[in-house]
Design a protein around this ligand. Structure first.
Ligand code: PMP
Length: 503
């Protein structure tokens, strides 16, 4: 009890002290002060310790970690030398503040806006983030495609487009996209006879699926509106809905009920196929149940499907979009992208919806960025009309299946206590470690040169849990093995540290 009081008191005086709990020393990873400096660097670069914030006093941190004050002082000096912190005599050590004049230019956020969750994004994208000078970070955090899965002959295709019609390649297109591309996308999503005459009007080409989702959110959500999501769900969508001031409610997909005494949700955001983060794929019956739920409550389903084409052994059941016509009254807005199947940097996605939504989305798209990059549209059109996309998919599916298996094997070998849901496609393993909070592991893993997406980022309001998402897509077998070995060392370290504290 006394200990608890002391801890609460010291947290009041030293507001960021609790962030240092997960720090653990690992043998063979260099001097302790350097390890602590790297840990602080991780906290600062991921904005967990934001600009301008004060670090705990050296005395308090030394007491918490059971280190000498000289060690903590040396670590602080190291971080100052990195240019990440400054010392003010008599006041303490502070994270380097943002340029004053820039801060002054930033208006205060609107009252409904919530700060985004911990800024993981540069850790997500920076798989070569220079965490330490000797050790390249292996990132299992980001859902990045394999560099080896870039489409073949991209250079030839670009050369052909640019030389045969330079004005067309760099000209303006309608806001909803090149008409021929919209038609081909519609055909690709639902081939053959089922296609209706007005189909082309239903597809709006967007700057990635993220923009498609943004247009949906802009159209439907006013601050305070409710939106329903799965539990767990995609981090990017959660951040987006919260940024629009929405009240986000989560639901499991087994017991589909509208929450009582709540405002009716404006839509239900779902990822039926190789879900991000869990890798789960809804079966046929579950899809129909979702569609009946939509019809019963006139609740639009926003189906996000970036991973559908990446299946390993068998294709998934038909998309909600395809099945919608078999459930009268069901409303489906479907989002797609080439980010995972061709190249993320093309920034080409689409949304497909019944009227009158499609026209509204095209109008909103115009206000956002006039139209999607023209060259990217021509490139994707080329892939769709020449069957190159199907050939390419036939090449990359086995690559991702192998990568998934390689990661599962490495886990079995080096970290068998990590239990994972095995997906039939997509990019992710969704795993849990009994007795270990994934956020605690996250910080220790960073010190060991490996990172992942901690589970709480995929939940509406869970501050901690034991889930973590590992993306197997981007790394070749050797890096995957090395990354899992590092993760296993981080787990061992954390467990030893916990045992030491309990003793
Ligand atoms: N939705 C989901 C579920 C995703 O995983 C992603 C990318 N990680 C996106 C949307 C955004 O994709 P894009 O690159 O096409 O904007």
């Amino acid at each position: 009890m006394l200990f608890l009081h002391q801890e609460i008191l010291s947290n009041m005086i030293e507001p960021h002290l609790q962030l240092f709990h997960p720090f653990g020393i690992s043998k063979g990873n260099g001097p302790v002060y350097k390890q602590l400096a790297l840990f602080i660097e991780g906290l600062i670069l991921s904005h967990i310790l934001p600009p301008g914030e004060r670090l705990p006093s050296e005395r308090a941190l030394a007491a918490l970690l059971g280190l000498s004050r000289t060690t903590v002082t040396a670590a602080y000096e190291e971080v100052i030398a990195m240019g990440l912190t400054v010392t003010h005599v008599g006041k303490g050590t502070f994270v380097e503040p943002l340029q004053q004049d820039v801060t002054n230019l930033v208006p205060p956020p609107p009252p409904w806006a919530q700060p985004p969750p911990v800024l993981l994004d540069h850790l997500l994208t920076a798989s070569t983030f220079p965490l330490s000078h000797e050790q390249r970070l292996i990132s299992f955090a980001a859902g990045m495609p394999a560099p080896e899965a870039l489409p073949e002959a991209l250079d030839e295709i670009i050369h052909h487009i640019v030389t045969s019609d330079p004005a067309g390649a760099f000209g303006v297109t309608p806001a909803a996209g090149l008409p021929e591309l919209r038609k081909q996308l519609a055909l690709w999503m639902m081939p053959s006879t089922l296609i209706r005459a007005e189909t082309r009007e239903e597809v709006v080409v967007t700057t990635g699926a993220q923009q498609a989702l943004d247009l949906v959110a802009r159209f439907f959500l006013h601050p305070g509106d409710t939106v329903l999501v799965e539990r767990p769900t995609a981090l990017g969508a959660l951040q987006l809905f919260k940024a629009y001031g929405a009240h986000v409610l989560d639901s499991d997909l087994v017991h589909l009920v509208l929450p009582p005494q709540q405002q009716k949700p404006r839509f239900f955001y779902v990822l039926p196929t190789w879900q991000n983060p869990s890798g789960r794929c809804l079966n046929y019956e579950e899809r129909l149940a979702l569609l009946r739920f939509s019809a019963r409550y006139a609740l639009p389903l926003v189906e996000d499907d970036p991973y559908g084409p990446i299946w390993f052994d068998a294709p998934p059941p038909p998309s909600l979009w395809k099945l919608a016509s078999s459930v009268p009254g069901a409303i489906v807005i479907s989002l797609g992208t080439v980010s995972k199947i061709l190249a993320t940097g093309l920034r080409l996605g689409w949304l497909r919806s019944p009227q009158p939504y499609a026209t509204a989305f095209a109008q909103l798209k115009q206000t956002a960025d006039l139209h999607t990059n023209t060259l990217a549209q021509w490139i994707v059109l080329e892939y769709l009309t020449t069957q190159r996309l199907e050939h390419h998919l036939t090449r990359i599916r086995p690559l991702y299946r192998e990568r998934c298996q390689a990661m599962l094997k490495a886990i079995e070998r080096y970290l068998p206590t990590l239990s994972c849901q095995v997906p039939g496609g997509g990019f992710y393993l969704w795993c849990t470690l009994k007795g270990i909070k994934s956020l605690d592991l996250y910080f220790v893993a960073l010190q060991h040169g490996v990172t992942f997406l901690p589970g709480p980022s995929c939940y509406v309001d869970e501050k901690e849990n034991e889930w973590l998402r590992l993306s197997f897509a981007a790394h070749a077998r050797e890096d995957t093995e090395e990354g899992i070995r590092r993760l296993a060392r981080a787990v061992a370290n954390l467990q030893a540290e916990k045992a030491r504290k309990q003793a």
